[in-house]
Ligand binder design. Structure first.
Ligand code: APR
Length: 277
């Protein structure tokens, strides 16, 4: 089902309700209403409406100073040009500083108090989920707002750091600090994927929001949830390699679609009664 263009017509909660009734299937409404164990996996697309450039999608890939982002964001680049890596992440952080969470982040943050057992797993390093009030976010790829020492492993908030010669120093051991972000060719933070996979294996409803699902092991999460019998729903303006395994694909922008799910169940136009019958 495609939402494109309808969202602009929403003038009131009534019209929001009408679009929700039309756009969100009865099956999904029922499951959303009844669910206790829910997992949401997000990617760069959930932050697109906040103005964060995605890495892929729309046929483009991000490039920095002529280098594809996979090169500048790699373990190889970290080894031979740490100042350049910091320059790239300082640039990305500079972009992020002005940006705010969008309705998708807000909707997801609300869900954590709605469901008994809620897990938010993100590939994003932008911190916008937390800025929207999300707690206990499983950050698979680290955070652009933290730095980590090569030598002692101490972590620091980047905002506290001085970038004298381009590479900040560890307060603890005077070692060199690096962005606390998972770069291409690097391992995920200890336990992050394992924790996410356990939650995916126990959820009954799994949302896959704004990811091109080409980067592993994150892209395995929907498969783990599906294999465990969860109802898997993708939210993306484009099809991805996991669209085929989803029970439902909601084609459109996360910031427009996710708030539709937050509509009051008792205003689901009487269909819910069918479900509980
Ligand atoms: N709402 C939902 N999805 C959107 C929106 C939107 N408003 N705008 C774009 N998208 C979708 C795109 O269609 C695309 O499928 O979001 C996806 C973004 O894909 P990527 O840029 O590849 O981002 P992601 O999947 O998070 O990348 C995974 O790769 O680059 C590394 O470490 C980086 O965490 C990142 C990982």
């Amino acid at each position: 089902m495609r939402l494109a263009g309808r969202f602009a017509n929403i003038r009131s909660s009534e019209s929001m309700q009408a679009i929700a009734n039309e756009f969100i299937s009865e099956e999904l409404r029922g499951r959303f209403h009844e669910a206790k164990n829910v997992l949401v996996l997000t990617g760069a697309g959930v932050s697109a409406e906040s103005g964060v450039p995605t890495f892929r999608g729309g046929g483009n890939t991000a490039v920095w100073k002529g280098m594809p982002f996979e090169v500048i964001s790699s373990a190889g680049m970290l080894a031979h040009d740490l100042p350049a890596v910091w320059e790239w992440f300082n640039y990305r952080r500079g972009l992020l500083e002005q940006l705010k969470p969008n309705p998708a982040h807000v909707a997801i943050a609300r869900w954590q108090d709605r469901f008994e057992n809620f897990a938010l797993v993100t590939q994003n390093i932008d911190g916008l989920h937390q800025a929207a009030g999300a707690r206990n976010v499983i950050e698979l790829h680290g955070s652009i707002w933290r730095a980590r020492c090569f030598d002692c492993g101490a972590r620091r908030e980047v905002r506290e750091l001085q970038f004298g010669d381009g590479v900040p120093e560890c307060f603890h051991c005077e070692g060199r600090l690096r962005p606390d972000v998972v770069l291409f060719g690097e391992m995920l933070p200890t336990g992050a994927y394992e924790n996410a996979a356990i939650r995916a294996g126990n959820c009954e409803l799994c949302f896959v929001v704004g990811t091109s699902a080409v980067v592993y092991p994150a892209a395995l999460i929907p498969e783990v949830a599906r294999a465990a019998g969860a109802y898997v729903v993708e939210v993306n303006p484009e099809r991805t390699p996991v669209s085929g395994l989803c029970d439902e694909v909601l084609t459109g922008k996360a910031g427009e679609i996710l708030p539709l799910l937050c509509q009051k169940p008792d205003r689901w136009g009487g269909q819910r009664s069918l479900r509980s019958a």
